[in-house]
Design a protein around this ligand. Sequence first.
Ligand code: MN
Length: 205
Amino acid sequence: MSTYFRTTQTGFQMPALIYPTNSLAPVISQTTIEYHYGKHLQAYVDNLNKYIADSDYENMTLREIVAQAPPGPLFNNAGQVLNHSLYFEQFTPAPPGNNRPTGNLKEFIHFDFGSFDIFKRKMEDAAASFFGSGWIWLTQEESGKLNISGYKNGDNPIRHRLTPLFGIDLWEHAYYLDYQNRRAEHVHRLWNIVDWEMIESRLDI
Ligand code: MN
């Protein structure tokens, strides 16, 4: 979570994609990455830069914009830039065998959910019951406690003073080319490519 929070003279930059576009297949296809990252996220970044130009928001960080912007197009696009920056960097094409949280993250998940399997089921249940476009996030409260929360459209945990740890994009553009209406199957298969070390690095301990 570093470079994309910074503005430059030309505005916010696209966050780097840290793996080849074809490397998350078959969980997420090359075509989906090319559209999702290359077209959808690019559009959010371009719109954000358009809306902040010559405004008080021009010199704010992305987090500040997301926290302070009134509801509307600026907030929607800033929220989606933040959501997707976190989203794309949380996957790995080469997960270890038996891919699961370790270390502090494992301890937190066991303490707040009981087990990794219960946590996964709760994330999948939250995704399955979410209506429309939005996100399911594993979040952390200031107290340290982990929670699962759903957010509509471009809303996100930072707007609600929570730390975003792991996000599932429930917009159809995230899965429809690969899974059509089978959103639950898409969500279930994401566990195969989660970079738990990256998620743990977001934890406040
Ligand atoms: Mn998306």
